[in-house]
Write a protein that binds this ligand. Structure first.
Ligand SMILES: *Cc1c(COP(=O)(O)O)cnc(C)c1O
Length: 390
């Protein structure tokens, strides 16, 4: 057993990131400036996006997306229960009503058929989450959005580096929000990016910074650089150059980091794929998986312990794990407000009870990966259900 605790998700920060942050600090530009602009351009190019807006979180991106699409009170937004609270909290923030629908049993992504069944006269948008880095069925969702005149917003917090039928996530004209939170595939500590149609993003830029429009003012006056006009009560969601400095260097090492993720995933798959006790993650043929998470599901018929004890046993073996996610409808705010019971979304609920996320980070050594595998297989050997001889 390993002697030190293996953290669930340790970021890979090199000397290049450290140097760039120091340069940013020395430059005198601490808030949004040249590095933020450069990072926006580099990120936009890397996902082939029509335009990009750097923000201080993915949550900010989703909130601003709903604002510029004019989603508000009386509107319904269809989304998934298998996500982080941020995807649904923003719907509450704009005064709209989240409508949850269940997920597909294999990818745990939102079911397009269930989305279509949930549409009412009040439906205004769909927020689709690329769970664990596996893209949603974009063609089906785009067709539904078009047919019913809905906005499709992508929560791509897990999906930097993912693609659907060869098209990078973020390359479409619909609004797509990425996260650079500390645990995500590319990190700026805290940070996010909104991609999509350039006109929508021009508006999003204003909404994301106090509703401040410098052009609107200069049109009506001979005002200097000090002049600005507040055209609506916006938010304070801009990225700083210190964050962008990290992002610029993370982007440079991104392909290598993804390569290492894929290696680790393959090693895990070959270690666990043949055991009846585990369900390993699947990837559909027409997508590139960004592998943000490695979600292992336990087959309860093959083990004498449940997920919670499995996690305790991992911790006892010095391996950090997590659970993604406690479904939205099981959190007290949503449960109480919308009277949900766990089985309202049976696929999400059943998956939740079986799942744990194993450590997955390009910072992991070969020994780290071997230690995770040893721990999992040791727990299976200790708590595997023995069958009576026939
Ligand atoms: C991390 C995460 C977010 C929020 O990202 P922030 O950058 O922390 O705001 C949103 N959605 C999902 C699915 C996430 O995992």
């Amino acid at each position: 057993m390993r002697s030190s605790f293996l953290s669930f998700s340790l970021p890979l920060i090199g000397q290049e990131e450290i140097n760039e942050v120091v340069e940013a600090l020395k430059s005198g530009w601490l808030t949004s400036g040249p590095r933020t602009k450069q990072f926006e351009q580099d990120f936009r190019d890397s996902v082939q996006a029509p335009a990009a807006l750097a923000l201080n979180s993915c949550t900010a991106g989703l909130h601003v997306a709903l604002k510029v699409l004019n989603v508000g009170p009386g509107d319904e937004v269809i989304t998934t229960p298998m996500t982080f609270a941020a995807s649904v909290n923003v719907i509450e923030h704009v005064g709209a009503t989240p409508v949850l629908v269940d997920v597909e049993p294999d990818t745990l992504n939102i079911q397009p058929d269930a989305v279509e069944r949930a549409i009412t006269q009040n439906t205004k948008a769909i927020i689709a989450v690329h769970y664990a880095g596996h893209p949603v069925e974009l063609n089906a969702l785009r067709a539904i959005a078009e047919q019913y005149h809905l906005h499709l917003i992508e929560d791509a917090a897990h999906a930097v580096g993912a693609s659907f039928e060869g098209q990078p996530i973020g390359s479409g004209s619909n609004l797509t929000a990425f996260s650079f939170y500390a645990t995500k595939n590319l990190t700026t500590g805290e940070g996010g990016m909104l991609t999509g149609d350039p006109d929508l993003l021009d508006h999003a830029r204003i909404v994301s910074l106090h509703g401040m429009n410098r052009e609107a003012w200069s049109r009506y006056s001979a005002g200097g650089k000090w002049a600005y006009d507040i055209v609506e009560p916006g938010f304070k969601y801009n990225m700083t150059d210190i964050q962008a400095a990290l992002g610029l260097q993370q982007l440079k090492r991104f392909d290598r980091m993804q390569e290492r993720r894929r290696e680790i995933v393959q090693t895990y798959n070959s270690a666990f794929g043949h055991s009846g006790a585990f369900l390993t993650p699947t990837t559909r043929e027409h997508v590139t998986n960004a592998w943000h998470l490695y979600v292992l599901r336990l087959r309860s018929s093959e083990l004498t312990i449940g997920r919670d004890q499995f996690i305790q046993e991992m911790t006892a073996r010095n391996i950090g794990t997590s659970v993604h996610f406690i479904p939205i409808h099981m959190h007290s705010f949503y449960r109480n407000k919308y009277n949900y019971v766990p089985d309202d979304f049976p696929v999400a609920h059943a998956a939740f009870q079986q799942m744990l996320s194993l450590p997955l980070s390009p910072s992991m050594s070969h020994q780290d990966v071997a230690d995770v595998i040893d721990a999992v297989l040791d727990i299976r050997a200790t708590f595997g259900r023995r069958r009576a001889a026939a």
